[in-house]
Design a protein around this ligand. Structure first.
Ligand code: IMP
Length: 179
């Protein structure tokens, strides 16, 4: 199935049915791993909004949910290495168990930047949950990365929250660039 987003053509890479199944598995892991605790799930906006929404609905322990806004892509198809920090966390995370929820970890620079910022506030623990990971694009180790939905080659992808020039976030599956 092909689809046009702005000036680029994409084809279906991960159907929504597979995403749903994987999200349920991750939610079960989180529910088990954090049993007896009340973690704070921090969605990194904008790309994680659908993933976070589907994920939290399947989690069976008490959780708090909040958001942080970061962006590094500025509308292109490759990383700019610049991170724009639009707003900060409004809650006190000292001593809390934090689960950062990302749409995709590419170079790892964005998540590394955010983890360093969070650590100053002395959380009890920090782990990362990402829907997508491009292992070959990683430029630094991310030891906090505990939950990964799918590993991808270095293709540019859109859909299920991820955008190209702010478009394509509403596509139901993950689509990879073909032209
Ligand atoms: P990193 O800092 O290189 O790990 O990039 C992380 C951020 O870049 C993600 O949160 C996305 O916003 C964006 N990004 C990386 N790869 C893609 C992609 O294939 N499609 C859309 N956005 C992407």
């Amino acid at each position: 199935m092909k689809t046009q987003v702005a000036d680029l053509t994409f084809e279906l890479s991960i159907p929504y049915s597979s995403i749903e199944k994987r999200v349920t598995e991750i939610a079960t892991h989180i529910s088990n791993d954090y049993s007896g605790r009340v973690p704070v799930m921090v969605g990194i906006l904008s790309g994680s909004f659908l993933f976070l929404a589907d994920l939290v609905k399947q989690i069976e322990i008490p959780i708090e949910v909040t958001f942080a806004k970061l962006a590094s892509y500025y509308g292109g198809t490759s990383t700019t290495r610049k991170i724009r920090d639009d707003f900060d966390l409004t809650i006190d995370i000292k001593g809390r168990d934090i689960i950062l929820v990302e749409d995709i970890v590419d170079t790892g620079n964005t998540i590394h930047y955010l983890i360093e910022k969070l650590k100053v506030r002395e959380p009890g623990s920090v782990t990362v949950c990402t829907l997508l990971l491009k292992p070959k694009a990683l430029e630094r180790a991310v030891p906090e990365l505990k939950y990964t939905g799918f590993e991808l080659p270095n293709d540019f992808v859109v859909g299920y929250g991820l955008d190209y020039k702010e478009l394509g976030r509403n596509l139901k599956g993950i689509f990879k660039k073909v032209g």
